[in-house]
Design a protein around this ligand. Structure first.
Ligand code: PGA
Length: 256
């Protein structure tokens, strides 16, 4: 095994299991969900030693979740987006430094829902990732092809172009994470085949190198997580729907 491959294997022995709660739930539901996750995970501490767990609640619920996590440092908090600007006149936006101040250590940038709903471009996603790094947050940079792009045989080139446009300038990488999420697999119950996941993750690995964690996202559930997380170069999962139920979220950790 090469030195780099060995470094990578050691660094990512713990899979990252990241829950993206999206725009779901009120404050009481967020409190119940995080309490159930804490109780479930801290009752099986071996899980906390074999995986890293991250929850990304809606912005307004971050304070409640942080409060519930006092004394439970093995579960991290992340934002779902941050501004590409440092601060100032940007009504409705939230800066990376505010997320840090609120207790976040990670932030998702360039999720396909933001790329679609808010027309975010690769260069904006790159600026967001750079803001995150400048503020000591680990950006989870999302990429993924649409069904039409996959059917046209363009999945690898589309993702490569997205990555090249969205990655921070080299030399400023710090700790970045890539999430490969085929758009057609998000929230649909359809999952990419293991061969397609392996091919795409190997392709991404060749671009980002050994030291960058690569997550898979798209309809990951307890019953498919084991085989997906066992694919080479899959260093964890970004989980939407199944992260809203503590048993499913923890079940994915157990599968890992
Ligand atoms: P899903 O969402 O697990 O509901 O498919 C994944 C994501 O969008 O991060």
């Amino acid at each position: 095994m090469s030195v780099l491959a060995k470094e990578q294997e050691e660094a990512f022995m713990k899979k990252l299991i990241a829950g993206n709660w999206k725009m779901n739930g009120d404050i009481d539901e967020a409190r119940t969900l995080i309490a159930d996750i804490v109780n479930g995970l801290y009752a099986r501490e071996e899980l906390l030693d074999t995986c890293k767990f991250l929850v990304c609640p809606p912005l307004l619920h971050i304070a409640s979740v942080r409060h519930a996590l006092v004394g439970y440092p093995k579960i991290s908090i992340g934002g779902q987006d941050c501004s590409e600007s440092e601060n100032g006149a940007h009504t409705g936006d939230v800066s990376a430094s505010m997320l840090l101040d609120a207790g976040c250590t990670y932030v998702i940038v360039g999720h396909s829902e933001r790329r679609t709903d808010h027309k975010e471009s690769d260069s904006q996603v790159k600026a967001k990732a750079q803001q995150a790094l400048a503020n000591d947050l680990k950006p989870i940079i999302c990429v993924g092809e649409t069904l039409e792009q996959r059917e046209a045989g363009d999945a690898l080139s589309v993702v490569e172009a997205q990555l090249k446009g969205s990655l921070p300038d080299e030399g400023q990488w710090g700790e970045i994470i890539i999430a490969y999420e085929p758009v057609w697999a998000i929230g649909t119950g359809k999952v990419a085949s293991l061969d397609d996941i392996a091919e795409m993750h190997a392709h991404i690995r060749a671009i980002v190198g050994a030291r960058v964690r690569i997550l898979y996202g798209g309809s990951m559930k307890p019953d498919n997580a084991k085989e997906i997380l066992a694919v080479a170069n899959v260093d964890g999962g970004l989980i939407g729907g199944a992260s809203l139920k503590a048993v499913d979220f923890i079940g994915i950790g157990r599968a890992a």
